[in-house]
Design a protein around this ligand. Sequence first.
Ligand code: FES
Length: 286
Amino acid sequence: MSPAAIIAIAAVVLVALFAVALLTAARKSDVRGAGALSRETRRRDKDAEIDGPAPTGRQVERAATEAREASLVKPESTAPVTWVAPDAEQIGVNRRQFLNRATVTLMSAGLGTFAAGAFVAFLWPTAAPVFGGKVNVGKIDDIIASIRSNAGFFYSSSARSYLTQYPPEALPKAKGVPQYAPLLGGMSEGVVAMYQKCPHLGCRVPQCASSQWFECPCHGSQYNRVGEKKAGPAPRGMDHFAVTVSAAGDVVIDTSTVITGAPIGINTSGQEAEGPHCITGGGGSH
Ligand code: FES
């Protein structure tokens, strides 16, 4: 090959290389122009491409919709629910329970107080003795005065007894009556106590001011002023209580023991009816 041909081929090659260089430079210039990504962006895109492919627009939109729905508060189910009564023990005491319990508590407290009071009263010694014990009915002088002002009789409701004067001249006879032995102390003080209960069937035997006897309205039994039987169906004279007179002059009737009345026919006082009888049909000794 001639030197001229070699030079011509070399020139063509040089021209070709020059043209390629120009094209490459032009391309780089286009890439760095408007709309081109910065190096940092391209690096992030490159990193993103390493993690996975970039999501499509539809995928992004779906993800946004799902995130929005998840953030919404879903309403409770509106389906009807069967009502179940609440547990009273859990919800506490209702009004009815409160009233019932209050009533029971108050009744229990009242009964308890009453029982306690009754128990204390039972054990506590009574200030004023009542029937069944020793009953102080007053001063002897006052008793005698009352008997005389009340037509021969003195009645004590607390002792359920009558007090009358016992004639001192009858004491010798009284000492011969066994049933009168516990009564002699009172008789010697001038008084004798009769239990108000009729020895026949238990009626209260009232005094009769006109006859100065005791005359039972139930069946007509009659007793003289010291309780000795004079008439009627009673099986004996009126029952008695022992009487004591203290040094201070207090008359005490011991109602703890009923002293059986004297047998029929005993008449230590010799007192006969001093006027009309209050109860008809009695009359005469049986
Ligand atoms: S109860 Fe007194 S006479 Fe019968």
